[in-house]
Design a protein around this ligand. Sequence first.
Ligand SMILES: O=C(O)Cc1cc(O)ccc1O
Ligand SMILES: [Fe+2]
Length: 453
Amino acid sequence: MTQHDLPRGMVRAAGPAGPHEGYMPGFGNDFETEALPGALPQGQNSPQKCAYGLYAEQLSGTAFTAPRGQNERTWCYRIRPSVQHTGRFAPLGLPYWKTASNLRDDIVSLGQYRWDPIPVPDEELTWITGMRTMTTAGDVNIQVGMASHVYLVTRSMQDEYFFSADSELLVVPQEGRLRFCTELGVIDLEPQEIAILPRGLVYRVEVLEGPARGFVCENYGQKFDLPNRGPIGANCLANPRDFKCPVAAFEDRETRSRVVIKWCGRFHDTWIDHSPLDVVAWHGNYCPYKYDLRSYAPVGAILFDHPDPSIFTVLTAPSGQEGTANIDFVLFRERWLVAEHSFRPPWYHKNIMSELMGNIYGIYDAKPQGFAPGGISLHNCMLPHGPDRDAFEAASNAALKPEKLDHTMSFMFETRFPQHLTEFAAREAPMQRDYGEVWDRLEKRFDGTPGTK
Ligand SMILES: O=C(O)Cc1cc(O)ccc1O
Ligand SMILES: [Fe+2]
């Protein structure tokens, strides 16, 4: 992404060259960046008068008194303060973007569910109108839980901006390329990468290559963080330096613009006469970022047995109860399988956590059929699941040589809260009505005599 490729009129800070062009490396760092020389005050946050006539404004992502190490805020130096980026709010209906709690008596969220990829309709859909909620969990009003969505985007937002006061968004593209022009800089995103858009951050989404489809996890709770690695030590899994935060970029544009806000599950819009993406310089640790899933270094079984999938956690959003996440974002990417005398795919199980999976590309080993790229499955709290019959047969009889599990990338949004289907997921999305039958053909193998069958 060079200055030349940026939206017209946007000015961007000089950033690091090479692989980090346009981005600064590191997870949770205290960054500083300025798109005009001298725009960032040194030695203090609130000078009596800021350079270039800018306004100083703090964006607090955690309570002022959150413990150090969790405390996140960013100081912005902007052309206008945010109070001028919102006018009068008017309610706005967005029937497909749902928020917890969204309990419906007439939609029974019971059963193991799977959906074919949701086709991108032949109509103009933006990041806002193309969001389709599949499940909701918890309750936005007490800032716990999450929602899972599929986005179907065919058109760029023009003079239109969005922010969510409810949530941070984890974006997992599956098809197409998107550009997020945010208050704090520009992020370009393609399949096999993810982005995090923090709560309260204003942005516009452009289609670089469409149509674009992907998954979103909307986190109502505490922010995503890197998991503790425990005995794994200081390296592997997702390494901090592979996260990238954009350098400052701003536009000084006086055009009639619409700002859409999501607040406690309701949408509102407001009209202003300029672009709100007017932050010329900023410093702090509350910022959007992206991460290339191909840089994830999985650690796994090197002698026998299949470990719990938590070993593949990329990011975790704590719930307040140690080890029991509001959301774990878990990645199943290519890797070597070397376990001896073991059933290598995932085992059969029931889980107190609720598991929503999506396929980014390739084949998932526990479900060689029917879980296509773009597809989704939901194995809810305590609902049993595991390999389908063909996967079980193949893995039970395979010669256990080292084998590369190749051409595969799926993920899981795992939450401690039960996930409830939306009406869209139950009635409009291409649900596989016969999904439960994938386990029907598993034979009874027990005949009362010892020995493996
Ligand atoms: O396919 C699943 O259900 C996800 C999953 C993967 C795994 O390796 C172990 C347990 C598990 O829930
Ligand atoms: Fe599972």
